[in-house]
Design a binder for this molecule. Structure first.
Ligand code: ATP
Length: 291
């Protein structure tokens, strides 16, 4: 969930249920209230890139968590990222979303937007949505209310308790509900959904904001086999219209969705190619698959 959405939900819950609004972000910090200084516009992908990282470095107390990382993702691509624990996968997503600043390197969204100049809420507003491993839906609200809250319309509507959806917004909501397999659960309390359904709902909340790039951290962890299968179908439907970066350890899931796989190790790219290619790579077997 994006920081500004967290804030909006907290405010809305506070008004509706008399619950204190914390405005706490996933990062543990306070989000900027209703701050959307960057207008969502077109991302220049004429050079065939939605995301471009070059020679990125980050050290924590002298430890090189990201060490000369290069990455290039095409518009509409579904890229899988795998690698051993501590490889730098989360840190990479933290850098893309503005949570962590690199010591040096280049991080571009499309050909023209230098993400290092933007804050976390600004990057979300630019069209980069992030899904953390643990679902963070508003449990006390219904499925419908969660999605309604996430609409990418003028966020000033959040200042009023009730607002009417336009016809276009209703259509979008119905389309997202269908995409995330929750059309029959419209009025259900989000807290009563299964783990997998909560994950889909949060993905739906991101989709309501029409992100151009979605970063998904271990989306099928804790899901049943059937939920995992349906999530694979969902991601395959999303690619093309959105670009997706999926970090996962579940190799069956990776096989179901992958085109190109990037293997991270020690903060840089160890191998890249189809799943069959990287699975046959001796270095990958050594550090990750052969464990
Ligand atoms: N804020 C921090 N301070 C110190 N060290 C950090 C910090 N964040 C990450 N690290 C270290 O950087 C390395 C990369 O961590 P990261 O969480 O990015 O790996 P990962 O590939 O996501 O691992 P996992 O698969 O276990 O989630 C790890 O050794 C981690 O301990």
């Amino acid at each position: 969930m994006t920081p500004d959405l967290m804030e909006a939900g907290a405010q809305r819950l506070a008004r509706a249920h008399g619950i204190p609004a914390t405005g706490q972000t996933e990062a543990g910090g306070r989000s900027a209230p209703f701050a959307r200084p960057v207008k969502t516009g077109e991302v220049d992908t004429t050079h065939g890139r939605i995301l471009y990282l070059e020679d990125v470095h980050v050290s924590f107390d002298g430890f090189k968590a990201i060490n000369g990382l290069n990455l290039d993702i095409a518009p509409g691509e579904l890229r899988c990222i795998i690698g051993p624990n501590g490889a730098g996968k989360t840190t990479m997503m933290d850098i893309i979303t503005g949570k962590t600043r690199p010591d040096r390197g280049t991080v571009f969204f499309g050909s023209t937007i230098d993400l290092l100049h933007y804050s976390e809420p600004e990057i979300a507003a630019l069209g980069i949505g992030r899904k953390f491993q643990k679902p963070t839906v508003f449990e006390e609200l219904s499925v419908f209310e969660n999605l309604e809250l996430a609409l990418a319309a003028d966020k000033r509507v959040w200042s009023s308790l009730r607002f009417s959806l336009t016809g276009e917004q209703k259509d979008r909501l119905a389309e997202v509900l269908h995409t995330i397999h929750l059309s029959d659960a419209l009025t259900r309390r989000a807290g009563d959904l299964s783990h997998g359904q909560k994950q889909w709902l949060e993905i739906g909340m991101l989709l309501m904001q029409e992100p151009k790039l979605l970063l998904l951290d271990e989306p099928v962890a804790g899901m049943t086999d059937e939920e995992t299968e349906r999530t694979a179908e969902l991601f395959l439907r999303l690619k093309g219209r959105h670009s997706l970066m999926v970090v996962e350890h579940d190799m069956h899931f990776i096989r179901a969705i992958s085109e190109k796989v990037t293997v991270l190790c020690d903060g840089s790219v160890l191998a890249e190619g189809t799943l069959d290619q990287v699975q046959a790579d001796e270095r990958v077997i050594e550090v990750y698959l052969g464990r």
